[in-house]
Design a protein around this ligand. Structure first.
Ligand SMILES: *Cc1c(COP(=O)(O)O)cnc(C)c1O
Length: 382
């Protein structure tokens, strides 16, 4: 009996990987033990953010770090900081942006549903370029109007502006560049490349490659910008006379107050990052072994074709499963979800009739269960 049974909630097989709707990845005992230790002692969250941020910045080689409740929250807080800097009166205004530059530029090819994170803070996104191409002059022209920041999302193909070029053009007019690195960091070398290219603020997920708490993330980057995040994020039940920056008046609760990070998440993420750095990718091995079992079983069945590759973002090996008798992929998905233990697979390539198995969340026995489930559904459909 697991903790969900008496709630009437069915455990699933997660072949998608670090998906938030499936609860993300399991945490290593080391991580939840750190969370348990964190919960035992009250601390001031501002002190903890400062201490953990300094340690995370040191470990990751970034100028500064701040723990958020995810990469989405990191993007929202980054947008807020770009609009207000550390000015308490401006912090108090958001998400109302009258009189505050609140335009954010993004290359059209790099748009993504997570763009909503910028809008939550009061930012407004404007596309630059076309679906597969951007010219430098288009970014320069768009920057002629008051602009709060440029959003950059790595990993898209096309004749796009590279991050270094975007930073060079934006910095000429004093505009910061925010990078959505939720899928590309770790590895930590990728973070180094983003910083070297000139990124001002970098949003990273704590629950994806780092395998930290699912409700954790990081905002990394320039010291003065990262320090200003606290104003938007932290609980502001403070009296003006005793606030640490008195006689300056503190702002009230900011737009990030609903995205709070507990001490358990902060300490848990730190433990996960330390563990990751001690042996990058080691925690992926058990799931990859399950993936191999699934691949061997599926390869033996003539109704499916399997193809091995690496996830383009997360770097882990994955297998793509295509149905040779052209079983309708939506029917297969519905069949898998209707099983007593529902199976979730990646659907990014469903338009070409392919489902993808990611190993990161697979538990012992899941490789066999996954393959058997797929073949059972095919038995019913064909
Ligand atoms: C997952 C993801 C996010 C959000 O990350 P969370 O840590 O779940 O908030 C943002 N942007 C991209 C591109 C992502 O893939």
């Amino acid at each position: 009996m697991n903790v969900y049974d008496d709630l009437g909630v069915t455990e699933v097989i997660n072949g998608v990987g670090p998906a938030t709707r499936l609860g993300g990845l399991p945490m290593a005992p080391e991580v939840w033990e750190a969370m348990q230790r964190a919960t035992a002692s009250p601390v001031h969250l501002a002190d903890l953010q400062r201490g953990a941020g300094a340690e995370l910045a040191r470990l990751l080689g970034a100028p500064a770090a701040y723990v958020t409740s995810g990469a989405f929250a990191a993007l929202t807080l980054a947008a807020a900081v770009c609009m207000t800097s550390a000015e308490p009166a401006a912090v108090d205004r958001l998400p109302r942006t009258g009189g505050i530059p609140h335009r954010f530029l993004v290359q059209r090819a790099q748009r993504d549903p997570y763009d909503r994170a910028i809008e939550v803070a009061g930012g407004r996104l404007r596309d630059v370029g076309y679906p597969g191409t951007t010219h430098p002059g288009e970014l320069e022209a768009a920057l002629a109007r008051p602009t709060a920041g440029v959003l950059y999302r790595p990993g898209y193909r096309g004749n796009l502006l590279a991050l270094a070029e975007v930073c060079e053009i934006a910095h000429r007019v004093g505009v910061p560049v925010i990078v959505d690195a939720a899928l590309v960091v770790p590895p930590v070398t990728a973070l180094r490349e983003l910083l070297d290219a000139g990124a001002d603020l970098i949003a990273v997920s704590g629950g994806k490659g780092f395998r930290g708490p699912q409700s954790s993330g990081l905002l990394l980057g320039r010291v003065e910008l990262v320090e200003a995040v606290a104003l938007h994020h932290q609980d502001m039940d403070e009296r003006a006379t005793t606030w640490h920056r008195a006689p300056l008046s503190p702002p009230r609760h900011g737009i990030g107050r609903g995205m709070k990070t507990g001490r358990e998440q902060i300490v848990g993420l730190l433990a996960a990052v330390r563990r990751y750095l001690s042996d990058p990718g080691a925690d992926d091995a058990a799931g990859v072994a399950e993936l191999d079992i699934a691949a061997a079983l599926l390869a033996a069945d003539p109704r499916v074709a399997i193809e091995r590759s690496a996830d383009p973002h997360l770097g882990v090996p994955v297998i793509a499963v295509t149905f040779i008798e052209e079983a309708d992929v939506d029917e297969v998905v519905r069949g898998l979800l209707a099983l007593p233990v529902p199976v979730h697979l990646g659907q990014d390539r469903a338009d070409t009739g392919t489902l993808v198995i990611n190993p990161m969340a697979l538990k012992p026995g899941h490789g066999r269960a996954l393959a058997t489930s797929i073949l059972t559904v095919l038995d019913r459909l064909t």
